[in-house]
Ligand binder design. Structure first.
Ligand SMILES: [Cu+2]
Length: 91
């Protein structure tokens, strides 16, 4: 086995223990139309949860209210796209 040493290329990994990561929490409410049962709620929840940065998803079947908490500011269009993927639309 031959190993080439790459002069000048160093890998510098720094792990900072105890660093405080401050993430702002954002919560937004939307209204989803067309949901009729618990399966619909599950579909919407699943799709929205897959979005990057989403920390919690709540869906109220009776009112269609979708409450999304994220650790970054999320574009409404991303929520709309996820709801659309589930087969529903934002009201
Ligand atoms: Cu359903």
């Amino acid at each position: 086995m031959h190993v080439d040493t790459l002069g000048g290329y160093g890998v510098d990994i720094r792990l900072t223990k105890g660093a405080t990561v401050t993430t702002a929490s954002h919560t937004a409410e939307y209204t989803v139309s067309g949901m009729t049962c618990a399966h619909c709620v599950a579909s919407v929840t699943e799709e929205v949860q897959e979005l990057d940065g989403v920390t919690s998803v709540e869906v109220d079947l009776a009112t269609g209210v979708l409450t999304v908490s994220t650790d970054r500011s999320l574009d409404d269009a991303e929520i709309a796209a996820a709801v659309d993927d589930a087969g529903y639309a934002l009201a």
